[in-house]
Unconditional design. Structure first.
Lengths: 428, 250
């Protein structure tokens, strides 16, 4: 199939400034990813999968600059005991990081991995990304596999005592970071990954997660508050028998954020919960694109996405549940909702179900609306000032997503951040 | 306490006149009842006094202890001592009943320049008040009014009233949807709050609530006006003969 000229031109421009890293054992996977990318090209506005989100700033050869944002808010997870690994504009900074050897899990830096024979890494690097290229191409993920300059490879062989916390600092206005992480959770092991920070002016991140039988993966991220940053992230996961996966994302501000989550429930009785709370004021586009494949019987998946939008902010949700014929007794749930705080903001949603098994329970719903005037009046009639009453209702709207965070302390931390945002954006 | 003079109110959306000159004066410590047929404007009066959007006051005044109610925001009216027990209490998913009520109590205290109630003190007081209304701890933890039965919602309104300690309580059809036992429980809750200069305006369609909450004064409302005022015997007449004679020619 001939690639549209616009797509190949965009690709050529984007690749001009990039060189394939030597990469050691990752080299074959990188070359394969580059071949995939070359075949698919970069997306244009006319691609169905990019109908609501303009990819041009992600395609651009030049990074659109993003001013640094000096927040008075303390960084997330500050009070949570964790192993911190710090990246500055996409480069690992050992001086600011904790010693990975103390993590209780195996951690290898991608930029230094070529010298080691990490056989599990060789099997996993780019593998889930490659599987996820069908039926819908994800060119930015292939670009990431090919050109990622850093990242961490983490393997848990037993329940980890502390979360591994990936901290992404942004210090250069024109940084263009490409990070690729691998997480392998062996049978019966468990691990929590925390991520926070704006990362770079433009951030392309892939996280590939393989969870073995009975393993548990818990993920909480707080995407940074820098107003002008852009991010395209992919979370690819494959879950074994009885594995449990939970991922929650808080996004406050940012000019463009597209979080793609692609999960394959490959083992019987696996469970995947993905949730997000996004708050945008003004020049803000937030896109949750989710593709969940039920490939084994008796699995459960749950998607809860909530967005609060004001002053022309745009929310996008594209969520699909695919139930293969063998995946009987599937339990799938998907809800995407937006609270529009004014008439300038908009929410574009495309929920999809595709079901080939006959004994399944799947539901999906998508709504957008304003603050309920009856509820607002009720709260005010009891003495709550209008700002406080609205804040109550905004937080109440987000509560279902917040409930998806399994750990109470992490939930409290995220909740405080939501409250902070609502308070700062008074007059919601 | 509450003084309403020649109050005219239109429904904003339709420009339709609902209240056509209401005059009503409730003195401190007294219980007034307003009865009247459907559509007479009883609920509109309660909403206008509490400050709900959607109504236009075209003329007249309403004051609470001399302060102009109509110039205040709903939360200012609440802080000034007005409370409306809703006919249809609103369900608010995601907001815990206890959290909501403590926030409301402290918001009112703050606006009056009073110290906030501590979590411990609040808990002690609410437990005792909830027990007398037969409201269990489980109900307090649930989101506001979500999944509550009709009776539970009304009892929750009375609990809010008991915690907020308003000076002027308006009860809008608090008996609707209640069985006899639930109505007794609600009435006991209201009666426990009587006295100490607190006033009540009890809006009801039926006389039966007034067997339990004995009013000092009964008003009959029809077509946006108070058409008759009397003692408790007026309610009994309505019960016996209906509204026909009273609203005739009104």
């Amino acid at each position: 199939m001939a690639l549209a000229q616009a797509k190949s031109d965009a690709l050529a421009a984007r690749l001009a400034g990039l060189a394939l890293p030597a990469g050691g054992w990752t080299r074959p996977a990188r070359e394969a990813a580059l071949a995939r990318l070359t075949a698919m090209g970069l997306p244009g506005k006319r691609d169905e999968y990019w109908r609501y989100t303009d990819p041009s700033s992600l395609n651009a050869a030049e990074v659109p600059p993003a001013a640094l944002f000096d927040s008075a808010e303390p960084p997330p997870f500050a009070d949570i005991p964790r192993l911190r690994l710090v990246f500055v504009d996409g480069v690992f900074d050992p001086a600011q990081s904790d010693d990975p050897a103390t993590a209780g899990v195996e951690i290898t830096r991608l930029a230094e991995a070529q010298g080691t024979d990490l056989h599990w890494g060789r099997e996993l690097y780019g593998a889930l990304e490659a599987r996820a290229q069908s039926p819908v191409p994800r060119p930015f993920a292939a670009l990431n596999t090919a050109f990622a300059s850093d990242g961490v490879l983490i393997r848990a062989t037993r329940p980890a005592v502390r979360p591994v916390s990936l901290v992404y600092l942004h210090q250069s206005e024109a940084s263009d970071a490409i990070l690729h992480h691998l997480v392998k959770i062996e049978a019966g092991a468990s691990l929590t990954i925390l991520e926070n920070g704006p990362a770079a002016a433009r951030f392309n991140k892939v996280l590939e997660v393989e969870v073995g039988a009975g393993g548990q993966f818990h993920h909480v991220r707080a995407q940074g508050r820098d107003h002008q940053r852009r991010a395209i992230t992919h979370l690819f996961a494959r879950l074994g028998e009885g594995a449990q996966f939970k991922s929650f994302t808080l996004t406050a501000n940012g000019r463009l954020t597209r979080n793609e989550t692609v999960i394959e429930l490959a083992g019987e009785g696996a469970s995947a919960h993905i949730a997000g709370a996004a708050m945008g004021d003004g020049d803000f586009l937030h896109d949750d694109t989710v593709f969940i494949t039920h490939a084994a019987p008796g699995c459960e998946s749950r998607q809860v996405f909530k967005k609060v939008l004001k002053n022309g902010a745009v929310g996008v949700f594209q969520g699909k549940i695919l139930v293969r014929s063998q995946a009987q007794k599937t339990d799938g749930y998907q809800i995407s909702q937006s609270l529009l705080l004014d008439e300038d903001s908009q929410f574009l949603a495309k929920p999809e179900l595709e079901i080939y098994a006959d004994d399944v329970k799947c539901s999906h719903g998508s709504t957008s609306g304003a603050i309920d005037p009856a509820a607002l009046f009720y709260l005010r009639s009891r003495g709550l000032p209008i700002g406080q009453a609205k804040a109550f209702l905004v937080l109440a709207f987000l509560a279902e997503a917040l409930d998806e965070i399994a750990d109470d302390r992490l939930a409290a931390d995220i909740r405080a951040r939501l409250e902070g945002w609502v308070a700062r954006h008074d007059g919601v | 306490m509450l003084d309403i003079k020649n109050l005219h109110v239109d429904l904003e959306a339709e420009g339709k006149a609902i209240l056509k000159g209401v005059d009503l004066s409730v003195s401190a410590g007294s219980v007034h009842a307003i009865m009247g047929p459907n559509g007479s404007g009883k609920s509109t009066l309660s909403y206008v006094l509490a400050g709900r959007d959607g109504y236009t006051v075209t003329s007249g005044t309403a004051t609470l202890e001399g302060a102009d109610l109509l110039a205040m925001e709903p939360e200012e009216r609440a802080a000034a001592g007005l409370f409306l027990a809703f006919q249809y209490p609103v369900e608010i998913p995601g907001v815990g009943n206890m959290t909501f009520l403590r926030t409301a109590v402290n918001a009112q205290r703050k606006s009056r320049g009073e110290p906030e109630m501590s979590a411990g003190e609040f808990l002690k007081v609410i437990r005792q008040k909830a027990a007398t209304l037969n409201i269990d701890a489980e109900m307090m933890k649930r989101p506001v009014n979500v999944g509550f039965s009709g009776g539970e919602k009304k009892r929750n309104e009375i609990l809010q009233m008991a915690m907020l300690e308003p000076r002027m309580c308006i009860l809008d059809e608090t008996d609707s949807g209640l069985d006899v036992d639930a109505m007794k429980l609600v009435a006991e809750g209201v009666n426990a709050l009587r006295g100490a200069g607190r006033s009540f305006l009890v809006i009801t369609h039926y006389q039966r609530l007034l067997d339990h909450i004995r009013p000092d004064v009964v008003h009959i409302m029809s077509d946006g006006r108070i058409v008759e005022t009397g003692g408790p015997e007026l309610a009994l007449e309505v019960e016996a003969n209906g509204y026909a004679r009273l609203v005739e020619g009104a």
